[in-house]
Design a protein around this ligand. Sequence first.
Ligand code: HEC
Length: 211
Amino acid sequence: MASPLFAHDAITTKLTWTQEISRLVYRHCAGCHRESGRAFSLTTYADARPWAKAIRDEVLGRRMPPWGAVKGVGVFHDDPSLSLPEIDSFVAWVEGGAPEGDPALLPSKLPAVPLAVASVTRGAALEVTQEQTLQRPVVILALRPKDLRDRQSLEAWATRPDGSTERLIWLKDYRTAWARDYLLRSPVRLPRGTKIHVSAPAGASLTLLTQ
Ligand code: HEC
């Protein structure tokens, strides 16, 4: 049931808050958007409905959930990004009038707040500015941007001695508030002689956390 405030919006979607959207929000957003969380609550229909159009814009712009790394470059642990079908669901729900649906279908409880993100503490850290040739083979476990400022971008890739190239990470519109290590889903092994390239504004660099 739409609240009276939005009664003029015609409902043209079968997607509802209680069935599909609350589950997406619980999985991807409620870790921060909850009572006493890092951001305003989106955990109930009454909380979320006034934000419907902003939710559509934030997920379409891939600004929410905040992550920073462009999808498709590197495969990382804990990547909270929405899939295209999930983004489509948010958009269709909002543009279809953001209906509530049957309260009996709501998921039973909020998931626990996700644990703090893991970090890599063992191994060696190798800081790369612009370009560096590896003097020994390395196994990269995680990537950590250094001195990258708000709204800046950083791109890094590796060129092996055989000429093959591997894109490591692409951070776009960086937000220092979300600073974190980007843990690779599978370690990247690079032989001696590999050239690491980092394209970033002056002063910024990328730290490779290795085994
Ligand atoms: C890691 C924490 C976190 C997660 C996860 C997260 N958000 Fe946010 N969100 C924030 C914070 C903090 C703000 C406050 C503004 C800012 O700092 O960008 C915000 C702001 C917003 C805004 C307001 C933007 C504006 O108009 O100013 C919307 C809408 C939003 N989030 C929707 C979502 C949705 C939808 C999801 C899940 C798909 C999500 N967020 C996941 C932390 C988060």
